[in-house]
Design a protein around this ligand. Structure first.
Ligand SMILES: C[S@@+](CC[C@H](N)C(=O)[O-])C[C@H]1O[C@@H](n2cnc3c(N)ncnc32)[C@H](O)[C@@H]1O
Length: 739
């Protein structure tokens, strides 16, 4: 296919010959003089007319950088040379001077400056030029293949002229939507066709025309090889030469898709790795001012060859051990019937995380061109269907609220459809990928996306019987590289809720959580049959046993009779791990303890942390949990706390203090004394228990065995202490019916 493409459009992809003139300017090129080098990429800068009236005849570059290679010892950069009324680009080798990094950019929000007049070019001006169709591009450098690495060359008029000669016979006219539109439409990019240079359009169109030809060729080859002919294509469930050839065509279309991801005018040149970057490093189309146009007929990143190799490798890997017939069908999850009596594992959309349909159009327009004849049902529409898509996109539904309601209703319907149809003997597993802000295990925050999703699952009639944290994303993805992304998914394990499920009170729900979660946490951190859950994953994993309790009931009723929402249930469950329900002093102590244990550390640290937690060092000292003197501070151990402490008269009573006094009582005087103390501060009981649990897991994780033991003893003695508290009579609560 590549050879055919070479025949048809090879003239648009010339080699570059190192001329004597080039060597005169760049003596380092002398050994290459006369050689014709294969181009890896042409690097372009977008241009606008200079806003300075004196230079309005000139198209000046919007270059975000002039650095071509930042590889140590192999640096290269562009140097703009002003000549007469215009300019040209030269290329130099060596480490780039500091100013090259900025190109013609004028700081983060400043836009650019005119290379000729130094006049500022703000974004508003660029937008108006773009909207008027006056944004152009100028060749800034050529990257070619050398015997030992990349060779960077100044642009030539011939190469620029050849690129401008390309006249595409077809272009995708589908309009950009959503996150594919917001960043670029202001600059005049309106349809998918606008995201490609004319030469890229010619190449991709040529490839897509070649796919059906390749299919026919494969079919002939398969027939000639004697494969029994059933005359059926893939869509009709065929298994002979036609289906075989079409399957090859599908993979070639994938390779074309991948080529498009690298072969568009929004592909950045990555100066460290010295390769073009793919467009979709994230789930949106960003605006790029200088771009790399890969040599699609070459063999480096971005070429058809490299893309085909990549698809081939994936194919070999994924089909190495087993091949199971697969089946693709376009249907709406809310009404589909294919899951009847099946075992279902599904990966639904995650609220507003990704605008699949909008993003898919980028690939769909090319896939449709190649594959419509093979899968008429899959490619019936000009663009990807959007109306039924279950994502909460405010722009599509009019407002944030309407988008949320659409998602919740639709997802409930889709889940209900699954719950009703799937085989009752097996649980259904549902993947949920967390966003960064949903995975914070210290804040215990809950997000609308996660809550709404769980709400839909439970409303649909599912009881959740497990939540499994799972690593599903590659760490090297652009989004996670260099950030603290946990890259986790959670698998919800669900069964249909029993038809006559009861309702319970909030109190009963909390009682059940108290009874079940400490044990569940214990099992997760210790690891029994299963390997231990990593501490960072605990906050997700604990939702499983918590939600198992919540979702088995038709409703958990609040004191006023209203059903408890998922948000509240999650907060109650998270309490077993999270700290944000604790008072400010306790939050301070927890953080300090995690960092310094019982050791002494600087007052400055204590002061900063106290401020961030909304308290003060003096307040902590007054509360009786911290000692501070001579510019230092440390937490007081339980054994150092004063005896004879009276919670009723303590005006500042952090849970931290109450818990350590309770441990003191337990260790010094046993369960009944601890029970008697607990009876005097019943409202602290639940937070104390949660804090003890949290401290226990913390100490275990840190390997602080002695401390872990103290908290563990309290947790294991808890029911005895509670009983003793009951016997002592809860102060402030009615201990007996007054009959
Ligand atoms: C999380 S993604 C699945 C990704 C997939 N597991 C993969 O690895 O490629 C969710 C998918 O649900 C699809 N989707 C959204 N709304 C839908 C609906 N109403 N019916 C069926 N599928 C839908 C989206 O197009 C998207 O492909």
């Amino acid at each position: 296919m590549r050879a055919q493409a070479e025949q048809r459009i090879g003239q648009l992809y010339p080699k570059i010959t190192v001329s004597a003139a080039m060597v005169a300017e760049r003596p380092d090129l002398a050994p290459l003089q006369g050689q014709a080098l294969t181009v890896i990429a042409w690097l372009w800068a977008r241009t606008v007319r200079s806003p300075n009236p004196a230079f309005s005849h000139a198209e000046v570059p919007l270059a975000s950088t002039f650095v071509l290679s930042s590889k140590a010892g192999k640096g290269a950069y562009v140097v703009p040379v002003l000549e007469g009324e215009g300019y040209r680009f030269a290329v130099k080798v060596g480490e780039a001077p500091a100013e090259a990094a900025e190109g013609t950019a004028a700081g983060k929000r400043g836009g650019f400056y005119c290379l000729l007049s130094r006049s500022p070019i703000d974004y508003q001006y660029i937008r108006s030029e773009g909207a008027a169709g006056r944004m152009g591009a100028r060749l800034m450098a050529i990257v070619a293949e050398g015997a030992r690495g990349r060779i960077y060359l100044a642009p030539t008029e011939e190469h620029e002229a050849i690129a401008r000669k390309a006249a595409p016979a077809w272009r995708p006219e589908v309009k950009l939507h959503g996150k594919c539109r917001v960043n670029v439409s202001n600059y005049g990019l309106d349809t998918y066709g606008d995201l490609f240079t004319p030469r890229q359009l010619v190449a991709l169109t040529t490839f897509s025309d070649l796919v059906p030809e390749a299919i026919e060729r494969c079919r002939q080859d398969a027939l000639a090889a004697g494969l029994p002919d059933d005359g059926l294509g893939l869509d009709a469930g065929g298994n002979g030469p036609t289906a075989y050839a079409e399957a090859v065509g599908v993979y070639l279309a994938f390779a074309l898709s991948r080529t498009a991801d690298w072969g568009n005018s929004l592909s950045r040149w990555e100066s460290k790795a010295q390769v073009p970057q793919q467009l979709f490093g994230r789930h949106a189309i960003p605006m790029i001012w200088d771009f790399a146009e890969a040599n699609i007929l070459g063999s480096s990143t971005g070429s058809l060859d490299a893309s085909t190799q990549n698809i081939y490798k994936s194919f070999v890997k994924s089909s190495a051990e087993f091949v199971i017939p697969g089946h693709a069908l376009l249907d709406d999850a809310q009404t589909q019937g294919i899951t009847a009596q099946r075992v279902v594992s599904t990966d639904p959309p995650y609220y507003d995380n990704i605008g699949y349909a909008d993003l898919s159009d980028f690939f769909y327009v090319w896939l449709r061109k190649c594959l419509r004849q093979i899968f008429p049902g899959l490619y019936a529409t000009v663009a990807v269907p959007k109306a039924q898509e279950l994502v909460a996109t405010p722009y599509r539904h009019g407002s944030k609220e309407k988008a949320e309601a659409f998602f919740l209703d639709g997802m409930t319907r889709a889940m209900h459809n699954l719950a009703e149809q799937a085989h009752p003997a097996f649980p259904i597993t549902i993947y949920y990928a967390f966003k960064q802000n949903e995975t914070s295990d210290t804040t215990g925050t809950t997000s609308t996306g996660w809550e709404t999703f769980l709400e839909a699952v439970i409303r649909a009639g599912f009881a959740i019987c497990g939540t499994w944290p799972m690593r599903t994303e590659m760490g090297s993805r652009m989004i996670s590289a260099g950030t603290n992304a946990l890259a986790s998914s959670i698998v919800l394990v669900c069964r249909q809720r029993v038809a006559n499920a009861a309702s319970v009170s909030r109190r009963e729900f909390i009682r059940e959580l108290n009874a079940a979660l400490p044990g569940a946490l214990d099992e997760m951190t210790r690891g029994g049959v299963n390997s231990p859950v990593a501490p960072v994953d605990l906050s997700q994993a604990i939702i499983g046993p918590g939600m198992a309790i919540f979702s088995q009931y038709a409703a958990v009723l609040e004191a006023d009779g209203t059903p408890m929402g998922v948000k509240t249930a999650l907060q109650l469950i998270n309490r077993f791990l999270a700290e944000d329900d604790f008072d400010h002093d306790t939050q301070f102590c927890l953080h300090w303890f995690e960092q310094f244990g019982w050791s002494v550390a600087g007052f400055g640290d204590a002061n900063t942390l106290a401020q961030s937690k909304g308290t003060a060092v003096t307040a902590l000292v007054n509360a009786g949990v911290l000692e501070s003197s001579k510019g230092q501070a440390r937490l007081l151990r339980w054994a150092e706390l004063p005896p004879g402490w009276a919670p009723e008269t303590d005006t500042r009573l952090p849970v931290w203090e109450a818990l350590h006094q309770l441990i003191r009582a337990l260790n010094h005087a046993g369960e009944s004394a601890a029970g008697a103390l607990l009876a005097r501060m019943p409202s602290r009981a639940e937070p104390m228990r949660a804090l003890a649990y949290r401290l226990y897991t913390l100490c275990e994780r840190k390997g602080w065995a002695d401390d872990a033991r103290a908290y563990n003893e309290l947790v294991t003695a808890w029911s005895g202490i509670e009983q003793a508290a009951g016997e002592a009579g809860l102060v402030g609560a009615q201990a007996q019916f007054d009959i």
